[in-house]
Design a protein around this ligand. Structure first.
Ligand code: UDX
Length: 461
């Protein structure tokens, strides 16, 4: 298939690598650039630097096709292509505000490459950046280092992504919408034409707007998702105080309201990962620089900070003192299908358990190497869920991996010293489990669920 654009992608983090591979999978020539030589080497050998279902296979296929390569030479990557996507990381500074130094450095490199290029080039900022960054920071750097004029010699767009870890390739290939924040019409036209060619009949709605609006859409999106989660966790915390209440049913009930929708209403131990916590913090700090205190967003963050603490409180209810108890922690990654432990609730939970003198044994299907780097020898590591349960006094289910959903009450009875389970992600059926073992769950009111059901029936009559 004839492809009209050659693409370079700067920064091989999660977004960069998945985006580059997705483009290559549809026939585009893609040159990836990454400053970490070890990462470049790994990628060129077909090994993804992080776990993502299907990515190793797609990477191997892209390398085999000859349409994809990774280099540490950004200049070469830019010169040999027509569109450059900047996908470098935007971590948090200690005060929560955004650290833009990778964006600055990459803009300098791209700009100095452009000084050697005769033809028009489009630069696209895909990294999550606070409103104004593309126009007020990236544009001047590009113009200064290239000696060229934005809008005439090269184009510029802000184009946020919304992919989720664990389904990153699928999300890149099947987005809900494309947001194009264009510096000028020509830039937007080129990016729209590229995406229309890339997605063909699967092209989703495209919104063309200013760079500032595009940048803000990304933050508003993540802030809304975080708010939905902290909202349902708040309802869960109320449910826990009402005998017979169950947040899962409440979420199902409100989720059927079209104005609310069913997604992102799973109560649990709070959100983690590389985006929601970081982006919410950045938006809060940014709002403050504008002279506005975003109280709602601060409350969302506060609820999330306390949510892992709920696990400890419920654990104490189940066990009494935690000192000397052996606690099995099932799941360490911030969510299933990833090995990512950035801001995972498991970290806060395990640290608190250790502080209270408990002995912790943990298992995760993918995140064990990352967990070992964090906890070193302060905890024990199991090779399977069953091994993790062995001789434990209590089990906390922290991440809802599919393989944990298969566990039955008997697995807890047969392997634990005391079969006590705290379901932090609502994956087990309270009726089945509370009949056979000592069971508590986030957002589940104390009391016998059987009786509660009888009561509910009475109310219905
Ligand atoms: C998120 C956004 O979804 C994505 O659009 C953006 O580009 C990056 O940030 P990701 O961090 O990969 O993606 O994870 P996501 O699936 O959104 O989950 C975020 C966190 O929320 C996880 O810790 C998850 O466990 C938690 N979560 C999610 C809940 O606690 N309850 C829910 O109902 C949904």
């Amino acid at each position: 298939m004839l492809r009209s654009y050659r693409i370079s992608v700067i920064g091989m983090g999660y977004v960069g690598l998945c985006t580059a591979i997705a483009f290559a999978s549809k026939g585009y020539t893609v040159i990836a650039s990454e400053m970490d030589a070890e990462k470049v080497d790994k990628i060129n050998r077909g090994i993804s630097p992080f776990y993502e279902p299907g990515l190793n296979e797609a990477l191997t296929e892209a390398l085999r096709s000859g349409r994809f390569k990774c280099t540490s030479n950004t200049e070469m990557a830019v010169l040999d292509t027509d569109i450059t996507f900047i996908t470098v990381g935007t971590p948090s500074k200690p005060d929560g505000s955004i650290d833009l130094h990778y964006v600055k450095e990459s803009a300098k490199e791209v700009g100095s490459a452009l000084s050697h290029k005769d033809s028009y080039h489009l630069v696209v900022v895909k990294s999550t950046v606070i409103p104004g960054t593309t126009e007020n920071m990236v544009k001047p750097i590009l113009e200064e280092t290239s000696g060229k004029v934005c809008g005439a010699d090269f184009g510029l767009c802000a184009n946020p992504e919304f992919l989720r870890e664990g389904s990153a390739l699928y999300d890149t290939l099947n987005p809900d919408r494309i947001i194009i924040g264009e510096y000028d019409k020509r830039s937007g036209d080129i990016l729209e034409a590229f995406y229309k060619e890339f997605y063909a009949e699967k092209t989703p709605p495209i919104i063309r707007t200013t760079p500032v609006n595009a940048e803000l859409i990304k933050y508003a999106n993540n802030a809304f998702l975080a708010t939905k989660i902290s909202f349902i966790n708040t309802i869960a915390n109320i449910c826990e105080r009402i005998p017979g209440a169950d947040v899962t049913i409440v979420a199902k009930g409100i989720g059927l309201d079209k104005r609310i929708g069913p997604l992102f209403l799973n109560a649990g131990l709070g959100y983690g990962g590389s985006c929601l916590p970081k982006d919410l913090r950045a938006l809060i700090q940014y709002s403050k620089t504008l002279g506005y205190e975003p109280k709602l967003l601060e409350a969302v963050e506060d609820v999330n900070k306390h949510q892992p603490q709920r696990a400890i409180e419920l654990c104490r209810k189940l066990l009494g003192e935690l000192k000397g108890r052996r606690i099995a922690v099932l799941g360490l990654a911030f969510k299933p299908n990833t090995d990512d432990m950035r801001e995972a609730p498991s970290i806060a939970i395990i640290r608190q358990l250790l502080e209270e003198g408990a002995e912790v044994v943990a298992y995760d299907p993918a995140a064990m190497p990352n967990a070992k780097a964090i906890f070193k020898d302060s905890i024990k590591y199991a090779n399977s869920a069953i091994e993790c349960l062995r001789d434990a006094d209590c089990c906390i289910l922290v991440t809802e991996w599919d393989e944990f959903k298969k566990l039955k009450p008997e697995d807890f009875i047969q392997n634990m010293r005391r079969p006590i389970l705290l379901d932090g992600r609502r994956i087990f059926d309270p009726k089945e489990f509370s009949q056979k073992i000592k069971f508590m769950a986030i957002g589940l009111g104390i009391g016998n669920p059987e009786k509660a059901e009888e009561k509910n029936l009475q109310y219905q009559k």
